[in-house]
Design a protein around this ligand. Structure first.
Ligand code: SF4
Length: 664
């Protein structure tokens, strides 16, 4: 038995340091490193059991070619040489008839690092001249707003939440997808901190939080603006700080004026008194930390809401102390110099919003998409308007390549299916977006079957095109070394010796964690905070509610403790359940555990009902990323989600879904 260290690259802010026990070449155990201050010896059960994906009966071990109808999962084994040859010749045919923009790389990078996402894949598709993809399923509005307002200034470190006297968690479920924040919340609570949560779901017990504000989905912006109006009325704004460090106040304050407490409370379907209590507690506390999640951006008002919330610490001068300020994504503090790595290359082709895949595959763009290369994602389960996506993937004239670890809902639609390695079988370098560390991912076991890492696949495809660029000749270890040499961590060069051997490198701000407006400052061009950045569009802070008489229930699809997006849905989430409040169930004669239809104008999901006191009235929940096999009719939450987008960053609006539920 040997124990090897590596880093968890999953789409999670915690970036755990892992110790993997290996016996006779097989994974025998995965646990968190005890000697790391944030991992602290524990990890989630998802990754503790990740070996179940590695050795799953649906694991893809060889390249395959489709032999049955699309979606049937009927394939026969072929060699890598045949697979690369077929992809190359089909792409050449498409380019000669339709032009290279008829090819679309379709990918996400939530659970990937610098090697497996945006490296040789980008280089290959750029040289091909393929269409570019706007990655909007998650974090697009939040990233746009954070960049425009603060230039992605490093945020409050999780460890420093222990110092806060007030913690406001807005649109994030730390218990499902940021579990290493929870011990620091508990420590702060023991120290007497006021803990408030804004979320339609109550994920904490009454003893863990002081105030729960179950805001109706999409109505966060009125609540935030009402708090700002109250502070203005009370004379609580820190005008001296704002004068020195911010602009845009003249745009923000009139918008806030339009939201008296009662009006905001009515829009958000919460008690006005609770908004007042939250506003007063925040104003009175220092240090005060706001953990802004990505749940609140997933609607047409999401970017605007994030901007109003991120303004709060500036408006009240909450920066400058340890534990004071905000946390969103901390990834901006680590950068990869792609020019140093790959040389200068341009990729200026048309951009396609990944949220609109269904319409795009139905012919909404010209030239039409004739070649689709899916990797690092599972659009059949995760992209809005599932019916349209499935129709598009089933197109006989669409040549689809899927590179995957297991037989996902999307893999079943491939013409050529490529077996991909998991993070336990390849190199990668993961920058944390929550914790302040950059982690080396190293292969702790040999690749299963003939699975290959992304950089090896795209290097082979580049060579097959006859391209002579050196990066297409690098093996994976060389790629890891070259990437590590091109990384800077808070402005300092990374150490390749650490990052290529499965270890982690910390930051120096100075000190391991930043203090906003003491050791970390806005990274905007002029060093100022822009309270109303241009990214908000022509109507900043506008509130545009979704209403539907026919479908009165709001559907949310949050992350769960069972899957990471759709990863692990193959074994860890066998049966889909829709969660609803007891009064909504009673009004429809639905009992707990009964099979129900959840439906709207886009589609229908058939699954069991789960009645829960954690859910607010008027809102129902289906989990993010569930696989089609988990439901009774092969449809999941995305079958009910519109493919509309936020004006900020083109972000997906999953939580704008409105539905009705009925007994079957
Ligand atoms: S998914 Fe998150 S909590 Fe789980 S091991 Fe990875 S980083 Fe840690």
């Amino acid at each position: 038995m040997t124990t090897l260290s590596t880093t968890c690259p999953m789409d999670c802010p915690d970036t755990c340091v892992l110790e993997v026990a290996v016996e006779e070449g097989r994974i025998a155990g995965i646990r968190g490193a005890k000697d790391h201050p944030t991992t602290a010896g524990f990890i989630c059960s998802k990754v503790a059991h990740f070996d179940r994906r590695v050795y799953h009966s649906d694991r893809l071990l060889y390249p395959m070619r489709r032999t049955g109808p699309k979606g049937s999962a009927e394939f026969r084994r072929i060699s890598w040489e045949e697979a690369i040859g077929e992809i190359t010749s089909r792409f050449r045919e498409i380019i000669s008839r339709w032009g290279a923009e008829a090819i679309l790389p379709y990918h996400y990078g939530g659970s990937n690092g610098f090697l497996s996402d945006g490296f040789l894949d980008d280089f290959y598709f750029a040289k091909l001249g393929a269409s570019r993809l706007a990655r909007t399923l998650c974090a697009a509005p939040a990233t746009e707003v954070a960049t425009g307002m603060y230039g992605k200034m490093p945020g409050v470190a999780f460890e420093d939440y222990a110092h806060a006297k007030l913690i406001l968690i807005w649109g994030a479920n730390a218990k499902a997808s940021n579990i290493h924040l929870v011990p620091f919340l508990r420590q702060a609570k023991r120290n007497g901190a006021f803990i408030a949560v804004v979320d339609p779901l109550l994920n904490f017990t009454a003893g863990e939080v002081d105030l729960h504000l179950p805001v109706f989905p999409g109505a966060d912006v009125p609540v935030a603006l009402a708090m700002i109006r109250l502070w203005k009325e009370k004379g609580a704004l820190d005008h001296e700080f704002l004068r020195q460090h911010a602009d845009g106040l003249e745009t923000l304050l009139p918008e806030a004026d339009a939201w008296p407490l009662e009006r905001a409370a009515s829009a958000a379907r919460v008690a006005a008194e609770d908004i007042r209590r939250l506003a007063e507690a925040y104003a009175a506390s220092s240090p005060a930390a706001i953990r802004v999640g990505w749940g609140l951006e997933r609607n047409r008002n999401g970017g605007q809401a994030i901007a109003a919330i991120l303004a709060m610490p500036a408006l009240l001068g909450k920066f400058g102390v340890r534990g004071g300020g905000y946390t969103l994504s901390n990834s901006g503090a680590t950068k990869l110099d792609t020019k140093k790595l790959l040389g200068q290359f341009a990729w200026n082709t048309r951009e396609i919003n990944m949220t609109e895949l269904g319409a795009v595959l139905a012919g909404a763009v010209s030239p039409p998409i004739q070649g689709l290369f899916v990797y690092n994602c599972n659009p059949a389960a995760t992209v809005p308007d599932q019916e349209a996506v499935l129709r598009g993937l089933a197109r006989e004239d669409l040549f689809t390549v899927v590179s995957e670890q297991v037989m996902t809902d999307s893999a079943k639609f491939a013409d050529v299916l490529l077996p991909a390695t998991t993070f336990l079988e390849h190199y990668d370098i993961r920058r944390g977006y929550g914790n302040y560390l950059v982690g080396g991912v190293q292969p702790v076991i040999a690749a299963c079957g003939e699975a290959r890492p992304n950089e090896a696949v795209f290097a082979a495809l580049g060579r097959a095109m006859g391209w002579k660029d050196a990066p297409f000749t690098w093996d994976s270890a060389t790629c890891a070394q070259k990437v590590a040499e091109a990384i800077s961590i808070a402005g300092r060069p990374a150490d390749p010796a650490i990052l290529t051997t499965g270890r982690v490198q910390g930051y120096d701000f100075p000190g391991p964690n930043p203090i906003q407006f003491a050791t970390a400052f806005p990274l905007t061009r002029d060093g100022k905070i822009h309270l109303a950045p241009p990214q908000l569009g022509p109507k900043p802070f506008q509130y545009d509610p979704v209403t539907s008489e026919k479908f009165p229930l709001a559907l949310i699809s949050p992350a769960t403790s069972k899957m990471i997006s759709s990863t692990l849905g193959e074994w860890n989430y066998p049966e889909l359940r829709v969660t609803l409040h007891s009064r909504d169930a009673a009004a429809r004669g639905i009992s707990d555990g009964e099979v129900v239809r959840v439906f709207n104008e886009l589609g229908e999901v058939v699954c069991r009902a789960q009645i829960s006191g954690r859910m607010r009235e008027g809102v129902v929940s289906l989990p993010k990323g569930a696989w089609r096999k988990s439901s009774r009719n092969g449809r999941t939450a995305t079958a009910l989600c519109p493919a509309t987008t936020n004006v900020v960053g083109g972000g997906a609006c999953f939580n704008d879904a409105r539905v009705e539920i009925a007994r079957t």
